[in-house]
Ligand binder design. Sequence first.
Ligand SMILES: [Zn+2]
Length: 75
Amino acid sequence: MRYVTHSISLDPQAEVDMEEMFCTSCNEASGCLPIAEAQDWAMRHAGRTHHFGFRLQTTNYYLVTRHTDTPQQHP
Ligand SMILES: [Zn+2]
C-alpha cells in the first residue's frame, strides 16, 4: 500500500476575512463584508430595529496539497 502525504493551508487566491453578520432576532444578514463594516451594519440594524443579538459567520477557503515523491536521479 502506498501512502501520499497531504497538507492543508489557506487558499492564497481566495478572498480573506469574509464576514457576514446575522441578526439573531430576525435573521437579516449583512452580506459578506470586512469585519468593521459588518459591525457597523449590526449597529445600524440595532438602531433601526431594536434587535440587539448578532451572530458572526466567517468563511475561509482552504486548499489541500498532495505531496508526491519525486524520483531520485542517479548519475
Ligand atoms: Zn433583526
